[in-house]
Write a protein that binds this ligand. Structure first.
Ligand code: ACO
Length: 330
């Protein structure tokens, strides 16, 4: 099949958050920290935690159902499923296959994509290529994370950051606008700055089968902080410049919700008005890796912050190292 060159856009978004809320006050009772330290250093006040038996595919399926309803597309019309996650239910089969079954979809390619916090943007980019080339009509991209399963709950430098949840988007052809451009990148030389040696979230976690240092996320936070500011700024400029888009033209930047200080630094370097142009939900959600950008997008749409014709910028950075930025005309 030849390249169609058609426009590809997001037809609907959805999200899912587990019920349990873990506040900074709760964390004060678990590790040597304070609400004041967490709030000023990260901007996070609370995060959601999945139930013990709730998996990435469960949360992803719930977000996907919302996205399908929002796009007015039935599961039968989906012809590819991509799940971005670093906390898959199992080592294999893929979380995407489990999610496919939960949605009652069959016979379509389904696969997981591992790009840590940049996973949703990577997934949307892959989906775009299939639709643009005519190899798929509607692709479901889900980003779902159960980071609580790979968190060392005795490590105060990481356990205060992360939360669980899922976001989803249905992509398809659009008459005009849609995804105007994207930039993806990686640098494996930074792989040791953020990693988890074992990842099957069903058996993982501090109570899992391997030692905590093996089955939990390990991070050099202050080194990553500097990379995050540089790479998110560079990714944003790399994608907007060739499109002739100025930061003033961007209605809303929807970034990976890593840390308020990282996002304010990126906003300052880009010269945007953080008050009006930066979408933040980390205060109530924390950092949910790949799910962060997907949920932030779904919530921004739901809140009416993104309207037809608006130009938005997704921007993320994460373990790998990976990064990605994408401009979408809604
Ligand atoms: N409460 C109180 N004190 C703490 C806590 C805590 N929860 N955590 C660390 N500290 C202490 C440290 O022990 C240290 O004390 P010391 O000076 O006596 O040694 C001091 O606070 C400063 O520690 P830093 O690590 O330098 O603190 P920093 O200001 O860098 O903040 C943080 C830490 C929040 C982790 C920050 O570095 C950060 O957000 N980094 C980026 C994380 C990130 O973006 N990761 C990539 C994306 S996630 C993904 O891909 C899954």
């Amino acid at each position: 099949m030849t390249e169609t060159g058609r426009h590809v856009g997001i037809l609907g978004t959805g999200s899912y958050l587990p019920e349990k809320v873990l506040t900074n006050a709760d964390l004060e009772r678990m590790v040597d920290t304070t609400d004041e330290w967490i709030t000023t250093r990260t901007g996070i006040k609370e995060r959601r935690i999945a139930a013990d038996d709730e998996t990435a595919s469960d949360m992803g399926a719930a977000a996907a159902r919302n996205a399908l309803a929002n796009a007015s597309i039935g599961p039968d019309s989906i012809d590819m499923i991509i799940v971005a996650t670093i906390t898959p239910d199992n080592y294999f089969p893929s979380t995407a296959c489990l999610l496919q079954h939960k949605l009652g979809i069959s016979d379509v390619p389904s696969f997981d994509l591992s790009a840590a916090c940049s996973g949703f943007i990577y997934g949307v980019s892959v989906a775009k290529q299939f639709i643009r080339s005519g190899h798929a009509e509607h692709v479901l991209v889900v980003a779902s994370e159960k980071l609580s399963a790979i968190t060392d709950w005795s490590d105060r430098s990481t356990c205060i950051l992360f939360g669980d949840g899922a976001g989803a988007a249905v992509l398809g052809p659009v008459d005009n606008g849609g995804i105007l451009g994207e930039h993806l990148g990686s640098d494996g030389s930074g792989g040791d700055l953020l990693y988890c040696r074992a990842t099957a979230s069903r058996v993982n976690g501090p109570h899992g089968v391997s030692p905590v240092a093996v089955n939990t996320l390990q991070m050099q936070g202050n080194v990553l902080f500097k990379h995050a500011v540089r790479l998110m700024t560079d990714a944003a400029l790399t994608v907007i410049k060739p499109l002739g888009i100025k930061t003033d033209d961007i209605k809303l930047i929807i970034p990976h919700q890593a840390n308020i200080r990282i996002l304010n630094a990126v906003g300052k370097k880009l010269g945007i008005d953080a008050e009006t142009q930066l979408y933040l939900n980390l205060e109530k959600r924390g950092n949910m890796s790949a799910a962060s950008t997907a949920i932030a997008l779904a919530e921004a749409v739901e809140e009416g912050r993104v309207e037809k014709g608006d130009i938005i910028l997704l921007d993320a950075f994460g373990g790998g190292l990976t990064w990605g930025a994408m401009v979408i005309q809604w």
